[in-house]
Design a protein around this ligand. Structure first.
Ligand code: KG4
Length: 338
């Protein structure tokens, strides 16, 4: 009998459900919420309500697309945290209810483990996956971490941000430039046309493998403020060069610590994950770095860089194989733990 896992993701503003059978992805359905657009960020209260409306049809669609009857499921994996509590409660409660109805176990998944293990989501048995141990640069709107991945269920955070995450640096600087939220994809698009060496912004001097992005944000803000005083049209006239220079600085900061981690651990395989790993410059920089240092690099398909239930299902699959289940009194958690 195949091991069939239903994954549910509801940590932020995407309701997603996926079905994985013996480690192969059969379906991955995502309902994005556009109710937040006019507010320039995710409104937690609205996100919870939209999850409540979406969850049943999304799970139903994932099962139908996979051609799987709910009675064939072996376990239900759900994101327990970190994320927005109200949103997480929807997925958690739904997973518990369905599991009691079907008399199958629940498996709780740390959203960040999910991003790391998204590299093991295979659409065909021939798909290439990383070998252990590997280093994963996890860069999203809420986190920037370097994770040493020893096995599916054994990972250690070697370094993480002490203030803003890389995605926040993209989004906050983009906001100052008058770009819509989230700004990361807009910076990516504009940067492709600009000169990355035109402007210089502050880089942090933090010991060890931790990151910091708040100094860059401040230096970006001050540069723009000073220039706009001299020329009110400065931002619009320099949009692409500003984007390219900002992106190049973020990439430098990310690569600097990743390089340190590679040297310290001697690990030969690197991977990236999280929303910011969709960035063209980041992807290219990782590939070039790995070629220069003779490493193997894993760059996720863009569909698996943002929040999705496929990564939750695969993380749940490997916990299920190790018989790591979740008790029914488990509550979601909002903050980062690993
Ligand atoms: O992992 P994710 O979807 O969400 C959470 O953090 O929960 O990451 C979202 C972040 C946002 O900051 C967004 O601006 C950034 O990923 N992002 C990008 C790109 N696509 C998404 N940043 C830079 N370039 C992109 N192409």
């Amino acid at each position: 009998m195949n091991t069939v896992i239903l994954g549910i993701e509801s940590s932020c503003d995407d309701t997603s459900a996926a079905v994985i059978s013996d480690g192969i992805l059969l379906s991955n359905v995502i309902a994005s919420q556009n109710v937040h657009e006019e507010y320039g960020g995710v409104v937690p209260e609205l996100a919870s309500r939209a999850h409540q409306q979406n969850i049943v049809p999304v799970v139903d669609a994932a099962l139908k697309r996979a051609g799987i009857d709910k009675n064939q499921l072996c376990a239900i994996a759900f994101t327990r945290g970190p994320g927005l509590l109200g949103s997480l409660l929807v997925g958690t409660s739904f997973a518990k209810g369905l599991s009691l109805g079907l008399r199958i176990p629940i498996v709780d998944v740390n959203h960040l483990h999910g991003h790391v293990l998204s590299h093991f989501v295979r659409q065909s048995p021939d798909d290439r996956v990383p070998e252990f141990p590997f280093l994963c640069l996890l860069v999203s709107g809420g986190n920037s971490q370097i994770v040493l991945v020893n096995s599916y269920n054994d990972m250690t955070i070697l370094g993480q941000t002490i203030d803003d995450a890389a995605g926040e640096a993209f989004d906050k600087c983009a906001k100052v430039m008058g770009l819509p939220y989230p700004g990361g994809p807009h910076i990516d698009r504009l940067a492709a046309e600009g000169d990355p060496g035109r402007f210089k912004f502050a880089k942090p001097h933090i010991p060890g493998l931790d990151y910091s992005f708040s100094g860059l944000k401040t230096s970006f803000l001050y540069t723009l403020r000073d220039e706009v005083k001299k020329n009110p049209a400065f931002i619009t006239e320099n949009m692409t060069d500003l984007a390219a220079s900002l992106q190049a600085t973020i990439i430098d900061i990310l690569l600097d610590k990743l390089d340190k981690a590679v040297r310290q651990t001697g690990v030969k395989t690197i991977a990236i994950g999280g929303g910011v790993s969709a960035n063209s410059g980041v992807r290219q920089a990782i590939v070039q770095y790995s070629e220069r240092h003779n490493l193997t690099a894993f760059i996720p398909q863009r569909a698996f860089t943002t929040d999705n239930a496929a990564m939750v299902a695969i993380a749940g699959y490997y916990k299920y194989l190790d018989r790591i289940f979740c008790p029914y009194d488990a509550a979601p958690f909002a903050r980062v733990t690993m």
